[in-house]
Design a protein around this ligand. Structure first.
Ligand code: ATP
Length: 406
């Protein structure tokens, strides 16, 4: 028989092949295990990556949403009607609109509040507390550190300011006894840097009054649409701080002669000026508040602002004469270590036409020349060089100005 099998070797062969299969399977399982591990690692990595992308997606979605949102407009509440609607006036175009607000928002609003409105002019949020414009536009100093002795020259001007501002604040009863109203306001006019602000600060300091400064140009250029409200705020802040000296610098920016043009910018300036006039006219109830205004452009002023009862005294503050310049040199070199060759009289004669602010600049610059040469003593030559530099800088900037306007 050809198909006989070797009975004896069969079980052994089967065992061996089973063992081989088993080994192969075990090996395979091992490989699979390793592969499995690797896959799990990869999965973890992928999950981590996925999380990262998910976060990025969320961020981008958020940014996208923000970018798609329309900007909000700023408006001022004019009136809150009896039925609870609110009349707002948009800044910029001055358009008025009647709009509804939630009960919650309404309680925080009052005429004059600044609000943010959306495209459909619904009030989104009250801005009054968030952006205190008053703080940005007004400089309030409880006791400005300027004394009369810090001011050189200007003796006559100083006396006049003292009489019109200091006396009514210090002895109001004298005016009552005599039966006249104290002068309400004074206007200082003259070239830049001649000490107008200093005079106002010194009188506030002397009378322990709070000095509150506001610049006319900022009112009309920076806070467009809010000028009238800010003027109201200015007097309100003064009332809160009585006795107070209100100093309105660059008053020409809000009180210049009326032009015929009807642009909204002009209308805005007009409104601001009207508000100022009405605040000044209601002066009797104003108590211990004095107004000092200053301008470099007296010729530009609207006559309305100069009517009696408003600015009663017009005081010219000119550039210092030789004696004044000498005095100002003395004041600004008080703390300096000067060489024996420095004579103020000579310096004062050499710089005719310089303003107080320029003299101060000369003193500082002279000190810088000494420092550059490693000296602690400031010599006459330092002052000469300083003037040459400041005079030259001034000429260049004047040239630039004339080029700009050419
Ligand atoms: P502007 O019209 O440009 O506002 P201003 O007339 O108000 O100028 P101030 O601000 O008072 O001038 O002066 C600027 C600086 O110049 C002062 O801080 C002071 O250092 C100096 N100064 C000006 N005038 C005098 C003066 N008469 N005596 C002493 N220092 C002066």
């Amino acid at each position: 028989m050809t198909d006989t099998v070797d009975e004896g070797s069969q079980p052994y062969d089967t065992d061996a092949s089973n063992q081989e299969k088993l080994d192969a399977l075990e090996e395979r399982i091992e490989i699979l295990d390793t592969q499995n591990e690797e896959m799990r690692d990869k999965l973890l990595d992928a999950n981590a990556e996925n999380n990262k992308f998910q976060q990025k997606l969320e961020r981008l979605n958020h940014e996208n949403k923000k970018l798609k949102q329309s900007p909000l407009f700023v408006a001022t509440v004019q009136e809150i009607t009896d039925d609870g609607s609110v009349i707002i006036k948009q800044h910029g175009n001055n358009q008025e609109a009647l709009t509804q607000v939630t009960d919650e928002t309404r309680t925080s609003l009052e005429p004059g509040s600044r609000v943010a409105v959306n495209n459909s002019l619904s009030v989104v949020t009250d801005l009054s507390n968030e952006t205190d414009v008053r703080a940005r536009v007004m400089e309030v100093e409880e006791s400005p550190g300027v004394e009369y002795t810090d001011i050189g020259g200007l003796t006559e001007q100083m006396n006049e300011v003292r009489e019109t501002v200091e006396m009514p604040l210090e002895n109001p009863e004298m005016f009552v006894d005599v039966g006249i109203d104290p002068p309400s306001g004074i206007l200082l006019h003259g070239p830049p840097g001649t000490g107008k602000t200093m005079l106002a600060k010194a009188v506030a300091n002397q009378t322990d009054a709070t000095f509150i400064k506001m610049a006319g140009s900022e009112l009309v250029h920076k806070f467009i649409g809010e000028g009238a409200k800010l003027v109201r705020d200015l007097f309100e802040v003064a009332r809160e701080h009585e006795p107070a000296v209100i100093f309105i610098d660059e008053i020409d920016a809000i009180a210049s002669k009326r032009t015929d043009s009807k642009t909204s910018g002009d209308a805005e300036v007009q409104r601001t000026m009207m508000q100022l006039l009405s605040e000044m006219d209601g002066f009797e109830e104003r108590g211990e508040i004095r107004i000092i205004a200053a301008t470099n452009r007296f010729d530009m002023l609207d006559r309305a602002i100069l009517r009696p009862g408003r600015f009663d005294r017009l005081i010219e503050v000119p550039k210092p004469d030789a004696e004044g310049r000498e005095k100002i040199f003395e004041i600004h070199t008080r703390g300096m270590n000067l060489a024996d060759d420095v004579t103020f009289e000579e310096l004062a004669n050499e710089i005719s036409g310089a303003s107080g602010a320029q003299i101060k600049a000369i003193c500082t610059e002279a000190g810088m020349f000494a420092i550059r040469e490693d000296r602690t003593e400031v010599r006459m030559t330092d002052f000469h060089e300083a003037w040459a530099k400041i005079d030259a800088d001034e000429d260049t900037s004047e040239d630039e100005v004339s080029k700009t306007f050419a």
